[in-house]
Design a protein around this ligand. Structure first.
Ligand code: S3P
Length: 480
């Protein structure tokens, strides 16, 4: 459960939160969003670069041979953790001017990373920790991965188990179930090949194993129960790796070197989702989000909004460095309930909190099932989304693997909390646009994990919201 506390300005320190459990308290510049009923939203906007692609660009650029140029990199907190980790592994990364958001990564080649002198801090980023575990498992040196108390509660055995089967030596708390993780490195001996069936659909685990596969002496195959985001495969293929997909199985073969990348990161479909739902529920709205990634493995939210009745069009489809991109235009129309389950849920796994907000304004009973992975995201997103939206008067019931929402409901403004989860913070803010009175969202600074500039973007479209802060506060997790 997440707690927050207002503190005087102080450096990070540890406090006892339960018998035998110390938590690190990190002072952060906390902010509160105050949202009022919104006039129609209108206009054109862009969203920051895709988070998943930004992480992968830094990691793969770091082990390419030569200079990679990445435009539109997401300077969110999560991707900065990956960036700092690659720097600690010896990669020089140059930053363009703020108006010219290009980073240049001096790749050290597949075997050129150097032993980091301190633990690598993945902060609150699951993608950083799981992908780096795959990258580092096959190095000749030792490394240590640490993260926020929240991240240290998220499951890691899903990467530890298959990597051990490849011969990697790694340990973590509770027998490898939880971070921090320690990787011994594999000396001169490469990892072994593997044919692995993923117990849960996870792009992070798949990507972890593909990265480890670059350091294996035989093919690594990953069988997915449902198609997850395929950015790693697209980028690796562009960089010259021998990688192929047959049905549900992705295979990477031993690859001597990776060519550097030249890439413009598409706008993040998961960030665009908040703006699209805002326009779908605020009466009289019409907006266009330009340059959004429309990779089919990420398209669940906007295709579901279309099924629910929103008028949505995909304009100027184009391709950017192997990823499909387009402008998404949405016109508000009356919404009806949706039934979401099976592989479609995987294509909008990060969008369930904002889909739940749309469902509160849709006529009928929306059922979201097969989404138990939400229980192990930045928060337990099933419990947290239901509990916070209920404070606004939503008719929402958590189930073991999803949510049931009955609408339409006239939401009422209330005080709610992000619980340290960026996507929950943004979903609650969008809900506040259609609530009566004022909605305040505490802990709104976390929106910068994936969408720096979120509140300013909504304001530019006409929304009535203000951000106050920073006050110095701290958040931590404890199992109480
Ligand atoms: C991600 C994969 C998904 C997603 C996360 C980013 C990625 O996680 O929820 O935000 O970049 O690979 P899982 O692999 O745990 O489903």
């Amino acid at each position: 459960m997440a707690h927050s506390l207002t503190l005087p300005m102080t450096p990070a320190y540890t406090i006892p939160v339960a018998p035998g459990l110390l938590a690190t308290v990190r002072p952060t510049a906390a902010s509160r969003l105050t949202v009022r009923p919104s006039p129609p939203l209108h206009g054109d906007c862009v969203v920051p670069g895709d988070k998943s692609i930004s992480h992968r660009a830094v990691i793969l650029g770091g082990i390419a041979t030569g200079l990679s140029r990445v435009r539109g990199f997401l300077y969110g907190a999560d991707c900065q953790a990956t960036l700092l980790a690659l720097t600690a592994l010896g990669c020089v990364i140059e930053f363009g001017a703020a108006r010219e958001p290009e980073i240049v990564i001096h790749g050290r080649g597949l075997h050129g990373l150097r032993e980091p002198s301190a633990p690598l801090d993945c902060q609150n980023s699951g993608t950083t920790m799981r992908l780096l575990t795959g990258l580092l498992a096959g190095q000749q040196f030792a490394s240590f991965l640490v993260g926020s108390p929240q991240l240290c509660q998220r499951p890691m055995e899903r990467v530890v188990r298959p990597l051990r089967q490849m011969g990697a030596q790694l340990i973590g708390r509770e027998g490898g179930r939880l971070a921090p993780l320690a990787l011994a490195g594999c000396g001169e001996r490469p990892l072994s090949g593997l044919a692995y069936e993923l117990p849960v659909a996870s792009a992070q685990v798949k990507s972890c194993l593909l990265l480890a596969g670059l350091y294996a002496d035989a093919a690594v195959s990953v069988h997915e129960p449902a198609a997850t985001r395929d950015h790693s495969e697209r980028m690796l293929r562009n960089m010259g790796a021998r990688i192929e997909r047959t049905g549900d199985v992705v295979t990477i073969h031993p690859t001597p070197e990776l060519q550097p990348l030249t890439l413009t990161v598409p706008g993040d479909a998961s960030a665009a989702a908040f703006l699209l739902v805002a326009a779908a529920i605020v009466s009289g709205s019409e907006l266009t989000v330009r340059g959004v990634g429309i990779n089919p493995t990420r398209s669940g939210l906007w295709s579901t909004l279309g099924t629910m009745g929103a008028e949505i069009s995909v304009e100027n489809p184009r391709e950017s460095a192997g990823e499909p991109v387009a402008d998404l235009r949405l016109r508000q129309r009356a919404l009806s309930a949706a039934y979401c389950r099976g592989p479609n849920v995987v294509t909008m796994i990060d969008e369930i909190p904002i889909l739940a907000v749309a469902a509160t304004q849709a006529r009928g009973r929306t059922v979201i099932a097969d989404a138990s992975e939400l229980r192990v995201k930045e928060t337990d997103r099933i419990a947290a989304t239901a509990a916070e939206l209920r404070k606004l008067g939503a008719d929402i019931t958590p189930t073991q693997d999803g949510l049931i929402i009955v609408g339409p409901t006239r939401l009422r403004g209330a005080a709610v909390s992000s619980r340290g989860d960026h996507r929950l913070a943004m979903a609650l803010c969008v809900a506040g646009l259609v609530a009566t009175g004022e909605t305040t969202i505490d802990g709104a600074e976390v929106t910068a994990d994936s969408f720096p500039g979120f509140s300013a973007t909504l304001r530019s479209l006409g929304a009535d919201l203000t951000e106050t802060g920073p006050v110095i506060a701290a958040t931590w997790s404890a199992s109480d």
